[in-house]
Design a protein around this ligand. Structure first.
Ligand SMILES: [Zn+2]
Length: 434
């Protein structure tokens, strides 16, 4: 069996172990990975953390006792509703050159590529300068309390890691051009709900103290506010790297700050969900709750929002603005404990240059650019400790394919798996010398 076939079969098997979180149940998947690593001769350790939940750490011993390098992947996935999928989400079925299933992109494929790249390094008898740790964790999709947060408390050397590589960026194919996104920061999670109380009653007798009407009016005000487009440092470097000289109807891209003054460019940004999310705070309605019966006015009602702020934004100021927009009839309740804002990782580093070199060797001279992940990942826990942490998986995807992540019919092509394996191995070889 060659490495690509092995990766495809490992990925299918891993997808078949349903690790939907909640509840997670990642232990079986963790034991599956551990079994493979142990069979290959690597030393492993399992960290049980709750019933059916565990984390795994494997080690490739280095020459020195310097701070280790961490290859990080989470083993849980977001839930999937089987009836909406073309291929059952926990089948791991290979169809028309794609492996289908929840976790195919996010991020069981990267876990498999990291695992196989590490075992290959071991079999090639390449001893790294420092230890390389393979860390597979549970619980990322609901915040990481049992996963990375637990492991950072439990294992001191992780708190002193020299570098962490995980998910968050890839090679993007757009209009026939390629560029690599290496994620060095992420937007700030700032979810909240608005809640209203009112007077109940019969639907046939409307009055002015209707909880549903209060949250709807507040939500309308929140949704109609346009958050300004702002050129942050990383995204300026990123967009300048891929758009410079681009001519579209009504604008020629020179640099971000200047081109943002052009109304047609701003319309172009707003029509592209990726650019839009990279350049402004986003606030999205996700849950509506209010009323049970069509003829009854409810006494309580709420609407929840998923909000993500640019890395440079102040969360307090954001909530002040939301409270003003929402008005006095509703209460604004932030969701999740307030956390410190994780700093971004620098991109003028040997790690960034190393990844650039590897990409040049594998894909030719494509732009390799710093990127901001719009979702949250476990890397933030490492960045909070000041550890350089990058999100990058060297596979080529279109944004359409990427949108399947957390969505319907998530899949990864066998070609991508080959690419991910080769790229991860080359990056690992570079890290082994770091
Ligand atoms: Zn993920």
């Amino acid at each position: 069996m060659n490495d690509i076939d092995r990766a495809v079969s490992l990925l299918s098997e891993l997808i078949r172990i349903d690790t939907s979180n909640p509840p997670g149940n990642e232990e079986e998947a963790i034991l599956f990975l551990e079994g493979y690593l142990r069979k290959e001769g690597l030393s492993t350790e399992i960290f049980p953390v709750a019933p059916k939940r565990a984390n795994l750490m494997a080690r490739l011993k280095g020459k020195s006792k310097e701070k280790p390098i961490v290859l990080l992947s989470h083993i849980d996935v977001v839930p999937a509703k089987a009836e909406d999928w073309e291929v059952p989400p926990f089948s791991g079925e290979v169809r028309d050159g794609f492996v289908y299933g929840r976790g195919a992109i996010d991020m069981k494929s990267q876990a498999v590529c990291q695992l196989l790249a590490l075992t290959r390094l071991y079999k090639d008898r390449l001893t790294p300068e420092r230890d390389i740790l393979f860390l597979a964790t549970c619980d990322e999709e609901v915040g990481g309390q049992y996963g990375v947060e637990y492991m950072l408390k439990e294992v001191e050397e992780l708190r002193h890691a020299s570098f962490v590589l995980s998910e968050g960026g890839c090679i993007i194919e757009e209009n026939g051009c390629l560029h690599a996104q290496v994620s060095v920061a992420e937007k700030k999670l700032s979810q909240f709900s608005i809640e209203a109380k009112g007077t109940g009653g019969h639907g046939s007798m409307p009055h002015h103290d209707n909880a549903n009407e209060k949250v709807l009016a507040a939500a309308n005000a929140i949704m109609s506010y346009q958050w300004p487009l702002k050129p942050t440092g990383i995204i300026t470097t990123y967009l300048n790297g891929i758009l410079k000289g681009e001519k579209k109807e009504g604008f020629t891209y020179t640099n971000l700050r200047e081109t943002l003054r052009n109304k047609r460019f701003r319309e172009f940004v707003e029509s592209n969900p990726v650019y839009n999310a990279l350049l402004r705070n986003t606030v999205t309605v996700t849950i509506l709750k209010g009323g049970e019966k069509v003829n009854v006015i409810p006494t309580e009602s709420s609407i929840s929002f998923d909000a993500r702020l640019l890395p440079t934004e102040d969360r307090q100021a954001f909530f002040r603005k939301i409270r003003v927009l929402a008005g006095k009839d509703v209460e604004v309740i932030p969701i999740g404990a307030e956390k410190h804002d994780p700093p971004q990782s620098g991109y003028d580093t040997p790690y960034f240059r190393g990844i650039k070199k590897v990409m040049k060797k594998l894909t030719g001279p494509i732009p390799v650019l710093p990127f901001v992940t719009t979702g949250a990942t476990d890397l933030r826990h490492f960045r909070e400790l000041g550890i350089p942490a990058y999100g990058f998986f060297p596979i080529t995807l279109s944004n359409q394919e990427l949108f399947r992540m957390h969505g319907l019919n998530e899949r990864i092509s066998v070609r991508n798996i080959g690419e991910g394996l080769a790229g991860t191995y080359e990056i690992l070889k570079f890290l082994a010398t770091a």
